[in-house]
Each structure stands twice: as C-alpha cells, then as structure tokens.
Design a protein around this ligand. Structure first.
Ligand code: NAD
Length: 412
C-alpha cells in the first residue's frame, strides 16, 4: 500500500529538482504554487429527466512561458489535489520539450461509461461553459486525457465557438481532422512512448529488435504505443486494461479487432493474468500506460523489466522509484516518455493559428526531432550531474520555468 498522493509525489520531485538546481526558497514558493484553481458544479439532466450534480475542475498551474495547456479527464476518482499534481507535471513537460506553454489540467469526477452519448455531450458542453472565462487559444488550451477523446474536443470547440460567435479551432487540441485537428495527433503519445522505448533500450545496449514488452493500460496511449512498437520490431507479450491482463495473442491488430467487436481482451489463444502479474513479467520493457501510482513500494520489488517507460502520468511513487533505482532499472520519466501528445498538440495549435495544415510526414519528422533533442538533454544532464533520468528531466523543466520567472520579474 502507498500513502503518497499524486500531489505528494509531484511536490517531492519538485523539491529534489529545486535543491539540485540550487534555487532559493523564494523560487520554491513560486514554483510550488498553482497560479489559478477553479472548481465548478456541472449539472447534468439525465435522459430519464433526473438532474445530477458533478464536480468539475480546471487548474492553470503556470502561465509563465505561455498559455497553459493540459488534458481534460473524466474519471470518478479525480479531485482537486490530483488535478493540481497533473497540471504541475504538464508545466515541467512543456518546458522540458521547449514548447511555448505553461501547464494545466482539468476534468469532471464522473465515470463516462455510465453516460449515454447525449448525456456525455450535455455534460461536456456544460463543463466547457462553466470554465469558458478562463480558457481560449491564448489563455489555456484543453486536450483529451483519460475518459475523453476527439468527440469531447469537438463539443468543447463548438461550445466555445458558439459563445465567441465565430469558429475558434485553436481553443482545444486533439480535435477531429475536419475541425482543424492535426494528422498524427491520435497516435502521437503512443508514438512518443515508442521513440522513448527504442532510445532507452539503445542506451542500455539492448537491441530493440525482438525486445519484449508488457503494457499496462490499453487505451489511447497503451494501444498506439503497442502498434508503434510492433511496427519497430519489438514483441508485445502482454497488455491489460481495468479488468486485468492477457498474454498469448497473435498480434496487437488481432487483439484490437477482437476488442472492438467483443469489448474484452479475450481473443482466441489468449490467457488471463492479473495486473500485478503483468507488472512482474520477465520482459525487457514495462510500460505503465493507465493511471497514477501503479508502481509503488509494494509492487516495485517484483518488477523484472530492465527499462520502465512511463506512458501514464505519475505512475511511479517516490517509494517505487527508489526501489527501481536500487535495482538498476532505467526509468524514462513521464514528462519525457509521454510528451509526444503535447508536442503534436502544439503542432495542431500552430496549424490552427496559421490555417495551414501539414502532411503526416512533417508531423512525424518534427515530433521525432523534438523528442530526440529532449532525450539527449536528459541523458547528458543525467550523466554530467550524476542524477537519475527523472531528476534530470525535472531539473531541465523546472530550471527553464524558474529562468522565465526571473526574466519576467515580479509584478508590481
Ligand atoms: P484512456 O482512457 O484512453 O485509457 C486508459 C486505459 O487504462 C484503459 O485501457 C483502461 O481500461 C486502463 N486502466 C484503467 N485503470 C486501470 C488499472 N487499474 N489497471 C490497468 N489498466 C487500467 O486514457 P489514455 O489517454 O490512454 O491515458 C492513459 C495515461 O496516459 C493517463 O495517465 C494519462 O494522463 C496519460 N497521458 C495521456 C495522453 C494522451 O494524449 N491521451 C498524453 C500524455 C499522458
């Protein structure tokens, strides 16, 4: 069992970066405080006429380097603390990858599986209208996260545009292509996780060709990472979703086709395993791509993978991290490993601002270039400062935000 919340984890990582960078107590105060925190009531008229109230959140953790940017999560367990933690991580991620953004996060405490399509639309539109005064293409740009996808982004874009009186595609990213979405955005986070996996294996002198992988979470990130990794020649031996894991499938495509038609992972030839068993498989790479706190002081000792690539945000607690470091496991931290999503979201926003759209190759080439630059910087910092990759990534991200604070000064 872990006692750490996602916010404890994020603050402890920030404290380490602040100490290693030699920043002052004043800078710690500035960096550890979210700029704007909003909780709203989101009423929903159910299809049967009943009215239910849900809690909605939007946190703009930082706007120092540009408009804030971050996903919208629909999950019954989200709360303000976790949303602040995830918005903080977005801040360091955007700075690490040198995107001209601050960090944000938001969502509604709801299980989207309990909503009909039109209830989901009504809830999304009401949430958008409640947070409308603080979002916008130059203020704060939401995107999909756990439990939301491009249809939610289309409704958010429409609600904002109807209120503005004209189309504002740049208010959200992760939209359908015909509404100003970007080619390559759907698979971008998974593509970035695959790039991270390849580079981490090479850094450990392991040939990616034929390397074995287990993936926890088979949603937008886990699925597209699996597809990209299989295309690179790695072998996905197990995947899981909220109901547990499976192994023994012929290919990711076959498993996905089965999932789409049967809504479960029990494709012909597969065998079941628990999520805990999946974490402890003897594989080269473990990719947590579900929710926070998957790798804890309790689950980490049994992990046998040589490399952990964090597709999810905050999947490893500090206790879990310490165990992995002691075991010599190379951990590619979330703010680097899953940054492909926000990088291509940035491309989408740039394309919307310019009304000029790129082809898929241009997206891929630019994504690879930005991720490789961040990767090299993290690797070099880890070596020169004798720190872990997570510490190096946070030092780079936090250091850039601190520098921006210094240069802007304090008003008044
Ligand atoms: P999603 O809702 O599309 O998929 C989540 C997956 O995790 C589903 O397969 C679900 O069944 C599974 N899951 C939930 N609880 C689980 C559990 N206890 N054990 C195993 N599996 C479980 O969400 P997503 O967009 O793929 O996001 C996954 C993670 O990646 C989140 O931490 C999110 O913040 C992070 N992330 C997402 C993006 C993005 O572009 N979507 C970008 C960066 C980071």
């Amino acid at each position: 069992m872990t006692t750490e919340s996602a916010l404890d984890t994020a603050l402890s990582q920030l404290r380490t970066a602040v100490t290693k960078l030699g920043l002052s107590e004043n800078e710690w105060q500035t960096l550890s405080t979210p700029r704007r925190v909003l909780e709203v009531a989101v009423p929903l008229r159910r299809d049967n006429g009943n009215v239910e109230m849900y809690k909605g959140f939007r946190v703009q953790y930082s706007t120092t380097r540009g408009p804030s940017k971050g996903g919208v999560r629909f999950h019954p367990d989200i709360n303000m603390e976790e949303t602040i933690a995830l918005a903080m991580l977005m801040t360091w991620k955007c700075a690490l990858t040198n995107l001209p953004y601050g960090g944000a996060k938001g969502g509604i405490a709801v299980d989207p599986a309990t909503l009909s399509l039109v209830e989901n639309e009504r809830l999304t539109r009401r949430y958008t209208s409640e947070i409308l005064p603080i979002i916008g293409p130059d203020r704060d740009i939401p995107a999909p996260d756990v439990g939301t996808d491009e249809k939610n982004m289309a409704w958010m874009m429409d609600t904002y545009s109807v209120n503005a009186g004209f189309s504002v595609p740049g208010v959200v990213t992760g939209k359908p292509i015909v509404l100003g979405g970007s080619l390559g955005r759907t698979s971008a986070t998974g593509d970035g996780v695959a790039i991270s996996t390849r580079e981490a294996l090479l850094a450990r002198n392991i040939n990616p060709l034929g390397a074995t992988v287990a993936i926890q979470g088979f949603g937008k990130v886990g699925y597209w990472a699996a597809v990209a990794l299989e295309n690179m020649g790695l072998k996905i031996v197990a995947v899981s979703d909220v109901h547990g894991g499976v192994t023994g499938f012929a290919s990711i495509k076959e498993l996905w086709d089965h999932f789409l038609t049967h809504n479960n992972l029990d494709a012909p030839g597969t065998e079941r395993m628990t999520n805990e068993e999946l974490l402890h498989l003897d594989v080269d790479v473990l990719i947590p791509a579900a929710l926070a706190d998957a790798i804890t002081g309790h689950s980490a000792p049994g992990i046998r993978a040589k490399v952990v690539v964090e597709g999810a945000n905050a999947p490893t607690t500090p206790e879990g991290d310490a165990v992995l470091n002691d075991k010599g496991v190379l951990v590619v931290p979330d703010i680097l490993a899953n940054s492909g999503g926000v990088i291509v979201s940035y491309f989408e926003w740039v394309q919307d601002k310019q009304n000029y759209f790129w082809d898929a190759d241009e997206v891929k080439v630019n994504l690879n270039q930005i991720m490789m630059r961040a990767f090299r910087e993290v690797e070099e910092t880890a070596t020169s400062r004798k720190v872990t990759w997570r510490e190096a990534a946070h030092m780079l991200g936090v250091g850039r935000v601190a520098e921006a604070h210094r240069l802007r000064g304090l008003y008044p």
